[in-house]
Write a protein that binds this ligand. Structure first.
Ligand code: G1P
Length: 287
């Protein structure tokens, strides 16, 4: 079985939910405390064994490339002023992985974004991480997915359990048990709650086998808006081949929503020894 060494991070979406903040600033560059969400994703991919990170960007996303580039003036200034801790953090960014960028010229959906990486991925399974989800666990979600892929040899979709009221916001998986693994029997993209008994929702982390590209090439836009979604490919792929769902452990933050983003910011701030007490005091004072 081929080892997973490549990760695709789709980052061309406009971030409409966070306007006007996303007018000039890519949503992937929003900080959680002092690191942009994109850096959390790149670190997650590296910790899971990836060596090549392919970021699919679009117009007005230059800040992502600048973040992982060098900044000689800044580095010199930090060096001159003896701020070596910051210097190390800044310099590490352009050494952490081999990062390449692919542009998606038109907003044609997350499936189209992934299809644009086909020639770079070749005939290998690969990891996909979307910016919307951060899983807080020592064993990252990427590692959990890759382990399951190594067991099954199939594509694996990260899932979480959701309330009935949230069903229509997610891709939903119906599944059966195969040993201790959940094999997908049906993929439904944002169904109404009465259309499925499942509460197993798809989140933005996957291991995909390379046959996904054929399904993406042939996928028809299910929403009739011309966009090709990864979900469209899954619906067809599931009919021909095994796909597994994996309920990722543990805490999940939906950074694609305002409340999820704020919760992640607070939770990660509380992990910083120099911030924790002041934040807790502040909450006590306003409760
Ligand atoms: C996309 C997918 C959906 C998935 C969701 C997770 O929807 O199409 O299947 O459940 O991401 O965040 P979006 O949130 O982009 O509308």
């Amino acid at each position: 079985m081929k080892k997973i060494t490549k990760c695709v991070i789709p980052a061309a979406g406009m971030g409409t939910r966070f306007l006007p903040a996303t007018k000039a600033l890519p949503k992937e560059m929003f900080p959680i405390v002092d690191k942009p969400v994109m850096q959390y994703l790149v670190e997650e991919a590296i910790a899971a064994g990836c060596e090549d990170i392919i970021i699919v960007t679009g117009r007005s996303k230059r800040a992502i490339e600048d973040h992982f580039d060098s900044n000689p003036e800044l580095e010199q200034r930090l060096d001159d002023s003896g701020k070596f801790d910051y210097l190390r953090k800044v310099k590490n960014l352009n050494e952490m992985a081999n990062i390449v960028y692919v542009r998606q010229p038109y907003p044609k959906g997350d499936g189209d974004a992934i299809l644009r990486t086909k020639n770079l991925i070749g005939d290998e399974p690969f990891l996909v991480l979307f910016w919307d989800d951060i899983i807080d666990n020592d064993v990252t979600a990427a590692e959990q997915l890759i382990r399951k892929h190594e067991e099954t040899g199939s594509s694996v979709i990260a899932t979480v359990w959701v309330e009935e009221s949230e069903v229509s916001s997610y891709g939903m998986l119906e599944w059966e048990l195969d040993g201790d693994t959940t094999r997908v029997t049906k993929f439904l993209e944002k169904p109404q709650a009465h259309e499925t008994d499942s509460r197993t929702a798809v989140i933005g982390k996957y291991v995909l086998t390379p046959n996904i590209f054929g399904y993406l090439e042939n996928a028809k836009s299910s929403c009739g808006d011309g966009e090709i979604r990864l979900a469209d490919a899954f619906i067809d792929m599931q009919k021909d081949t095994d796909i597994y769902g994996l309920e990722v452990q543990w805490v999940r933050y939906d950074t694609g929503s305002k409340t999820g983003y704020l919760k992640a910011s607070i939770a990660y701030a509380l992990k910083h020894d120099d911030l924790r007490d002041e934040i807790l005091d502040y909450f006590k004072s306003i409760m």
